[in-house]
Design a protein around this ligand. Structure first.
Ligand code: PMP
Length: 461
């Protein structure tokens, strides 16, 4: 496309290096420039309105014009716009937020470490695994097992835990000491006739075999999202985490729960760990922690881990890890206000009241000729588009079918996301109303019909 030389689109193309974007395609296609938001809606610079069916990147839980959060930020900026937590310093928002987070956490955590993003949280997890095991005198126990299609971020260590080729290829990742076990996607990877329970048993057995092969004395931790998000919204099969947890306990391997997407009610409970019976030793959370109004994330650790790293810090001189903006007072104040608003407005009851309608509309899409599977839990879901339903044959990645479906949905006024060759994901703000859920699915149904026609016209079956 040709953009006027001084248009915002031309300036974007000339100046911005975009994350997660096919950069050559971007030079042709240009950006969708979002200029304002209100409630679940955002507007582009041409005045088109969309429902943000992904809450941005699975994060803007309270929608786009929450005055309470803006006020919390302004108030904190006026009082103390910045301070840090190094060398025995502190500030009130991080104290209040740490206490609040522990009080609502899904396990008995001892301490909260603040960071600025999910990637930094998981990078911190890797460093904690190393620091802890050095502290307790077993320096050989350092390996971390992630999962194929797991997503844990993009910094060097977090991207290594991630099990998605796009995040490794050409970046020379993963780093040493990371292994990946099976993706728990029953629809894709179960043997013919294998029940969910049997599939879970097999995956737990494979995990056990991997730990034995590596040597249990070398395997320190397992990291998992309760529901895989960026891998395509993969909901664990029956019995999965129960069986995985048993293996981890047997070999003294930590469970790291990556609740960056699932934390704060996304799955219908406060935490995905509660929905799926996960017993984490440490936990990462981010995104809906501040409704995405400011960057903040957190790692929570249990007491045995805290005690060991505290001793180690004493013998070394300090716990030599921390960011300039760890516990940034403005971000922490906004996060604290977010958690208060969830309580004041009883967001959990709201989510529990509306998610059945969301799941009903989602699951009904399984009847569509293009949809191989419609899966989800709480207020998150995905449809998987397939070239042939009985054989589950996928479209080629280069066909861009899911991306095309998302384009059609956008033309019908709803922003969704395409993942890989076939998944279209939906993850609206938690404060969405039931009527707006129907608007999303009405648009997606039309988009699926449009895509079906497009696929036929292009002869992609
Ligand atoms: N973990 C999970 C489960 C995520 O979904 C994400 C981001 N989508 C991350 C980690 C990384 O978070 P960030 O993009 O804030 O670094």
């Amino acid at each position: 496309m040709n953009y006027a030389p001084n248009s915002a689109a031309a300036r974007d193309i000339a100046n911005v290096l975009h994350p997660y974007t096919n950069l050559r395609k971007h030079e042709e296609k240009g950006p969708l420039i979002i200029t304002k938001g209100q409630g679940v809606h955002v507007w582009d610079d041409q005045g088109n309105r969309y429902i943000e069916g992904m809450a941005g990147l699975w994060c803007a839980s309270l929608g786009w014009n929450e005055e309470e959060l803006i006020e919390a930020a302004v108030k904190q900026m006026r009082e103390l716009p910045y301070y840090h937590g190094f060398t025995h310093k502190s500030s009130m928002p991080s104290i209040d937020l740490a206490e609040k987070l522990k009080s609502i956490a899904p396990a008995d955590f001892s301490k909260v470490f603040f960071v600025n993003s999910g990637s930094e949280a998981n990078d911190t997890q890797v460093k904690l695994v190393r620091y802890y095991n050095n502290a307790v005198g077993r320096p050989e126990k350092k390996k971390i097992i992630g999962r194929i299609k797991g997503y844990h971020g993009v910094t060097v260590a977090a991207a290594s835990l991630t099990g998605i080729p796009l995040n490794h290829k050409s970046f020379d990742l993963p780093i040493e000491g990371v292994r990946h076990t099976d993706c728990p996607h029953h629809y894709r990877y179960a043997e013919p006739g294998e029940s969910e329970e049997e599939f879970s048993t097999r995956l737990a057995k494979n995990l056990e075999e991997l730990i034995i092969k590596e040597g249990p004395e070398t395997v320190a931790a397992f990291i998992a999202e309760p529901v895989m998000g960026a891998g395509g919204v993969i909901v664990p099969p029956e019995g999965y985490f129960e069986k995985i947890q048993a293996v981890l306990t047997k070999y003294d391997v930590w469970m790291i729960a990556d609740e960056v997407i699932t934390g704060f009610m996304r799955t219908g409970n406060m935490w995905g760990s509660q929905t799926f019976g996960i017993r984490p030793n440490t936990l990462s959370c981010a995104k809906q922690l501040s409704s995405a109004y400011l960057p903040i994330a957190a790692v929570m650790v249990d007491d045995p881990i805290y005690q060991a790293i505290a001793d180690e810090s004493k013998s070394i001189g300090a716990f030599g890890h921390g960011y300039t903006y760890s516990g940034h007072p403005v971000s922490a104040a906004v996060a604290l206000r977010t958690l208060q608003l969830y309580e004041e407005r009883n967001t959990l009851a709201h989510v529990q009241a509306i998610y059945p309608a969301f799941q009903k509309r989602l699951k009904a899409l399984a009847d569509h000729p293009l949809v191989g599977e419609a899966r989800g839990v709480g207020l998150v879901g995905a449809v998987e588009l397939v070239a042939d339903k009985p054989s589950k044959r996928e479209f080629a990645a280069t066909d861009g079918v899911a991306a095309q479906c998302v384009e059609f949905a956008q033309a019908h006024g709803v922003i969704l996301r395409a993942i890989g060759a076939g998944a279209v994901t939906i993850c609206p703000p938690l404060m969405i109303e039931e009527g707006q859920i129907h608007e999303i699915f009405d648009a997606l149904e039309k988009a699926l019909d449009d895509t079906d026609g497009w696929v036929n016209k292009k002869g992609l079956r």
